[in-house]
Ligand binder design. Structure first.
Ligand SMILES: Cc1cc2nc3c(=O)[nH]c(=O)nc-3n(C[C@H](O)[C@H](O)[C@H](O)COP(=O)(O)OP(=O)(O)OC[C@H]3O[C@@H](n4cnc5c(N)ncnc54)[C@H](O)[C@@H]3O)c2cc1C
Length: 482
């Protein structure tokens, strides 16, 4: 063994399967001390008083850490849990418990990198080594057919080159034993959300499904969606749905916290293809995971630019900073039912479909012309599946400051509503005030006569807002990603 004792610092990699840092630590060290820190900075507030991590994700995160601890315990290990800055806590723990090295997953974006570097500096001063591992993507960074700083700007080119010249590595086995040292240690408790300054979420029965954090739940979801419900077989046709658990995989929250590995999903797709069916849908699941990779490598390539107003395209548009309009959008009070229903779903559950995300984002940036970063910050706070690269990358894309070859990514909300919620059931689910309006009419209550509105118990300006914009402001140039 190279080391006597190593700390494995868990972050957004809350699993035991396909975990390069844990696997290597088990191989190279006699004893392993797994550590997780709830970093108070993740729960602080940013512009407009928006909290970086809202209730749904905070709860999911706590559940995921709890599940990691249980799974480590089953292997003979444990997990030290602390609240505080990892770059301070981990060097102290390393010194106290005489660890010779810290192993962890490599991050991509600025805030996370800064913490990583601060930790490295702190431990190096104490003569403790660090070893970081790339492990969040389907394609390993070392297997890309181009240097990461030459990642193609256009998704299709990125995908085609990866598909042609790279292979997805096999997943790394779950360790069968984690040898925790016999030390006298306070392992720490999972904090209450109130300790983190976050409110307890109130679960809505109207959500697509109940999300519970952790590796076990992530793997269970895959079992349900792929194998029990056979959802993968029709994924390509259903993935633009908006109601119910099985129109899409719902893997995103588990992927974001690393409870499930993209390579595990990939291998399960391959198994499904050989045991059940191979078709466009099975391929499309991998296609979407490549989008996820693409945003990670684009963020790695462009660094902090992805958080800047002009984005990576250096597009200096005029963006409004109208707080009143912004909060109407965020609260689902725009008077545009398709937008409001999606935002109300997000606020009530922490989840929104991909179709919904594209529409509400386009509405904020193209129709209201509001600083796209406010939208990205709000999503960061609310989404249960917030992933720094997928979120900021997609927002840049919609805002036209990313690397989209199409100039105008405007979504015509009414046309989208007609395509994806023709009968209005999605809006009816989330805006009960409008529920009595029949069929597609629910998308334009302001087109109804006073008598009609009265018969449906809708009082515009009283129980549902007047639209904040008249339709259709822009040409019908709506396009969709795919
Ligand atoms: C403005 C905006 C913000 C977004 N923010 C996030 C975010 O913070 N976290 C996040 O995981 N996704 C984000 N997405 C991408 C996408 O909407 C979600 O990944 C998807 O809706 C999650 O549902 P699912 O797991 O059922 O997806 P599925 O359709 O089942 O897709 C399978 C997986 O592929 C990946 N994927 C699918 N679409 C995309 C995409 N456009 N970009 C990157 N990865 C994708 C996800 O990991 C997803 O879990 C955002 C999209 C938009 C338009």
């Amino acid at each position: 063994m190279k080391y006597k004792r190593v700390i494995v610092w868990f972050k957004n990699d809350l699993r035991l399967h396909d975990h390069a840092a844990l696997f290597s630590a088990c191989k190279e060290s006699s004893e392993i001390i797994p550590v997780y820190c709830f970093d108070p900075r993740q729960f602080g507030t940013v512009e407009l008083g928006i909290q970086k991590t809202g209730p749904f994700r905070a709860k999911f995160q706590a559940e995921a850490v709890d599940n990691l601890r249980k799974n480590l315990e089953m292997l003979g290990g444990n997990l030290i849990i602390r609240i505080g800055k990892p770059e301070e806590i981990i060097p102290d723990l390393a010194e106290k418990y005489e660890a010779e090295a810290i192993f962890f997953s490599e991050e991509i974006t600025k805030e996370e990198k800064t913490i990583e570097e601060a930790l490295e500096n702190a431990v190096w001063k104490k003569g403790i080594q660090t070893n970081s591992f790339w492990q969040s993507t389907l394609f390993h960074i070392e297997d890309l057919p181009f240097p990461v700083n030459q990642t193609p700007e256009v998704f299709t080119q990125f995908r085609k080159e990866c598909e042609k010249f790279s292979l997805v590595r096999k997943i790394i086995d779950r360790p069968d034993h984690v040898n925790f040292p016999a030390i006298n240690c306070d392992f720490g408790q999972i904090p209450e959300l109130s300790t983190l300054g976050v409110q307890e979420p109130v679960a809505s029965a109207k959500g697509v499904m109940q999300f519970a954090g952790g590796e076990d739940e992530g793997i269970k979801r895959l079992q349900t969606y792929f194998w029990d419900h056979d959802g993968l077989k029709t994924y390509k046709e259903t993935r633009n749905g908006m109601l119910g658990p099985d129109y899409s995989s719902k893997f995103s929250a588990w992927l974001a916290l690393g409870c499930i590995s993209p390579r595990y999903i990939y291998e399960e797709v391959e198994r499904y293809e050989s045991e059940r069916k191979k078709n466009d849908s099975t391929y499309w699941m991998v296609f979407e995971l490549i989008w996820r990779d693409y945003f990670k490598f684009i963020c790695k390539k462009h660094g902090s630019k992805v958080f800047m107003l002009q984005g990576i395209k250096n597009n200096v548009d005029n963006w409004r900073k109208d707080e009143n309009l912004f909060w109407k959008w965020a609260d689902g009070e725009t008077g545009i039912p398709f937008v409001d229903a999606n935002m109300r779903e997000l606020n009530a559950t922490g989840f929104m479909s991909n179709r919904g995300r594209q529409n509400v984002a386009s509405f904020l940036v193209n129709d209201l012309e509001i600083d796209w970063r406010w939208g990205a910050m709000y999503f960061e706070s609310q989404l249960i599946d917030y992933d720094v690269c997928s979120n900021w990358g997609n927002w840049m894309y919609v805002a036209g400051v990313g690397n989209d070859p199409r100039e105008n990514r405007y979504f015509n909300i009414l046309k989208q509503a007609n395509n994806y919620d023709k009968k209005g059931d999605f809006v009816r689910n989330w805006i009960p005030e409008l529920a009595k309006i029949q069929g597609y009419d629910i998308h334009q209550p302001s087109n109804l006569t006073k008598n009609e509105l009265k018969s449906f118990s809708v009082h515009l300006g009283a129980n549902y807002p007047h639209p904040i914009l008249a339709f259709s402001k822009k040409e019908k140039t709506m396009t969709a990603k795919n």
